[in-house]
Write a protein that binds this ligand. Sequence first.
Ligand code: ADP
Length: 685
Amino acid sequence: EEKAAELALTSRYKSEFLANMSHELRTPLNSILILGQQLAENPDTNLSPRQVEFAKTIHAAGTDLLHLISDILDLSKIESGTVTVDSEEISFAHLRENLERSFRHDAERRNLEFSVDVAPELGRSLSTDPKRLQQILKNLLSNALKFTEDGSVRLKARPATSGWTPGHVILDKAPMVVAFEVSDTGIGISPEKQRIVFEAFQQADAGTSRKYGGTGLGLAISREIAGLLGGELKLTSAVGEGSTFILYLPLNYVGADSAHEARAQAAMPMPTALPQTSSQPFEQVPDDRTSILPGDPSLLVIEDDPRYATILRDLARSSGFKVLVAHRGAEGLRLVREYRPTAITLDVFLPDMLGWTVLARLKQDSDTRHIPVQIVTVEEERHQSIERGAFSYLAKPADTESIEAALERIKQYALPRVKRLLIVEDDPAERMSIEELIRHDDISIDTVGSGAEALDALQNSNYDCVVLDLRLPDMTGFELLDKLQDQPQLRDVPVVVFTGKDLSAAEDARLKKAAKSVVIKGVESPERLLDETALFLHRVIGDLPPAKRQMVQRLHESDDALKEKRVLVVDDDVRNIFALSSVLERHGMDVVTAGNGQEAVDKVAADRDIALVLMDIMMPGMDGYDTMRAIREDPDSRALPIVALTAKAMKGDREKCLEAGASDYLAKPVVTDQLLGVLRQWLHR
Ligand code: ADP
């Protein structure tokens, strides 16, 4: 027992040391990568082609170093037993699609035949840790492609009854074993090297490997993960003919404890009852994911409380929905991609991220933007929900009747139908150009020329969105907005105010004030008008005519959302501040900086124009967590977006960040495109 306790302690020290070391290594890498990339882009066009080549090499070398660090960390974490298995159900179709997407292009480029086949006897899905499984398969496939000059690379998944080491504790007892077979017609591996390629840093032939590149860690990690997942990795190969790697896995992952036993190859009988997977703290509410057919109306329930999820599921089923249930935000986003549900109900408090982040991600992606989302939140956040593109909100706790009514409403809404838009504009030329901009066969447009007509139209029929000009003949747009606010059934109709000209400071202030009660957006450009109305009308971006689709996409990739926004960069490392600032400034942002936590808190309190904070977590003295908590204490800063930057090394970092008040989370070293994506997402609306 004493020895075991000692071992546990050393292994904890070891992983803490590695986590810190990897952070220390990543911090300087951060500047190398960002500045290298920036130089390579040669924005001021003052570098010679040779110098650009140097910059590209610096960036590429930095990227290799980063992979190496991540691999070492990964391997040590697995070896020290600090890695948990996040088992979930994953469909073979999804897996195949993913792998094909990753390798098809590469294979074509190298003129290799490439195929991924799944035997139908395996059924629809398996349950294991999808990230880890893909890590192994991707490593095997990229090796196969790397070491094959001509011929083919194939992945076959099939049921297996033998092939693994006899006496394997888990595989021998598993009701069904799946074999993932990766075979190539490449250079092959000689018998005496077949064992050592699984060792860390070992390559079959240092000479050839140098030709092919690589770290020699991939197979070592793959073998460890295979064990962790309760399976085994086997190899057969002949020099000059090719290699076949086979990964055997139980079709259903059977839990952490038994996987550890298998790693030790202890010949103990398997308990008959399968142990609970320790990494699944939530009781998964059974849903309809295996019985959804194309065309079925489906509702995705993202809700961490299993009891409430069950209630919603049952009510939704009786309203005619097939139901999917996710208990965490990330899982919800994954299910959206995989199943494309008709509608979503989303709780704001989730264990891994705020519902607002989930909503922002859905609305940022043109493939998922049209799916109506009902937010489950408190009354005070009603307005915020609609403004951010939610279809409706439901106050919690809700009674059965109101849930049923809400489900019915969202179901009706999601039915294929033409959405209705009202344009309030008296100038005929303007009216025509707005109509031209928005018109398509998914929308029916009515136009009126005065405030009185607008009120009349809104009272007598249902519109999904209103476009409003502030200058009207009979009343100002502001008066109309006031009238809308007085009528509870009209205050949730989203209004997009299209001015076409700059508003005076007084008008602007008035619009902002009105926007606190009625859902309105002021836009100046036609692109923004198209984009905002598309959001509120839940238009399918992919179905718009190409020119308009491009307009929306360009807007999302443009710097519009970033320009002139003030961002506070908090970091104790001046090189990092410099690297980040130069990227942000290049995209038109106004950067202010703070070198420690206290300075950050003071700056946020003193400067209300700060639109977003980028917060480094590891700072001496007051760290990022404490700083975020201190910022959130001020009621005026509750809604300020704070993006935390941290080394992804420690388990639970993400949860800790969100708990301390971060709105989002980025792992270091920061990838420029990812950073800009996250900033656009938070600053766009
Ligand atoms: P890396 O590919 O980064 O060198 P790996 O651990 O993935 O590291 O592989 C170790 C070695 O095993 C490779 O360097 C190579 O010599 C050999 N190897 C792996 N896969 C194949 C394959 N499909 N064909 C031939 N040799 C292979």
